[in-house]
Design a protein around this ligand. Sequence first.
Ligand code: OSB
Ligand code: MG
Length: 371
Amino acid sequence: MKIESICLRELRMRLKAPFETSFGATQERRILLVEAQVDGVSGWGEVTAGENPFFSSETTDTAWHVLKDYLVPMVLGREFATAREVAAAMTPVRGHPMTKGGLENAVWDAEAQQKKVPLARLLGGEKTEIACGVSLGIQKSLDALLEKIETELAAGYQRVKVKIKPGWDVNVVAAIRARFPQIRLMVDANSAYRLEDAAQLKKLDDYYLMMIEQPLAWDDIYEHAQLQTQLQTPICLDEPITSARVAAAALALRACRIINIKLGRVGGHSEARKVHDLCQSAGIPVWCGGMLESGIGRAHNVAMSTLPNFVLPGDVSASQRYWNQDIIEPEVEVTPQGTIRVPTTPGLGYRPRRDLIEKLTVRKESFPSSA
Ligand code: OSB
Ligand code: MG
């Protein structure tokens, strides 16, 4: 497989509603798409970095810079046997996993198309249907949140995750439990607490949550291990899990009992598979996290979620929850049972809508092969 050319596009896409976490709110997404021409086939990937360095250090702009000046020159015009080799070729660049993932995943899509298999099968996935949950941001009021939960449950979603922060935590969870005693419920703090807050977090043990995601610092593992010994509720790590090596350290330290695998955060499908396999051997369940992706990133998440150890519902939900119009056809849809049926056509299984993509593009640059 020869990478003949690469096209980077930045799209402006407005979320239907602002999404608020403990680190800030976002509504205008700056989506970076990578299109790779591989032996005449177009493969698509999405860089899942945010607009600002508040979730991780990567942003849309750092990704553009690192792709243009380092990663694209490393792979352009070169022959690769598999997409996995593309990941290996980018190892001289330290960090920037979401940026590398966008490029590597585009080649995975191309490889699957060339082999005429669905991407899910190429990755080793078996499921024909995946389980879906929703992630709900911090709302203006408790009533607004309860109403949102009502709507998502009625749509069939199998699990509800709510964002928490100091002042919007135990009170919120208590109110949700009073109204919905039976639902599968979890919280995500995005690093809003410190180890000294253990007593407050311990109160959450009364509400039989599935897990508490990333309560402590974004780059911490050790203090999460200390916190886990004080909590009954399983801790799930998100932010610090940037590779299989870090995941192995987290498991060895018993810093968590569940891992959220984000395809971009771990640097693409090759590394995601390693984290998955490691957790599977250790008996640690995983689920697929989301980064408010466009349809391209969403389609990759669907494919990854078909691996066997994705046993918990992911933050992979319908395109319509995010966008008035998604950039793929068909859009990602969720059944009344709260599942997504995995496409069976080659590659991503959702077609990029070129017309709409062009219309939403605010920056574009192509890199032809010199060979
Ligand atoms: O921590 O999981 C997170 C969105 C942006 C950044 C971080 C997170 C999230 C979500 C949203 O929870 C998941 C989604 O619906 O895409
Ligand atoms: Mg999270």
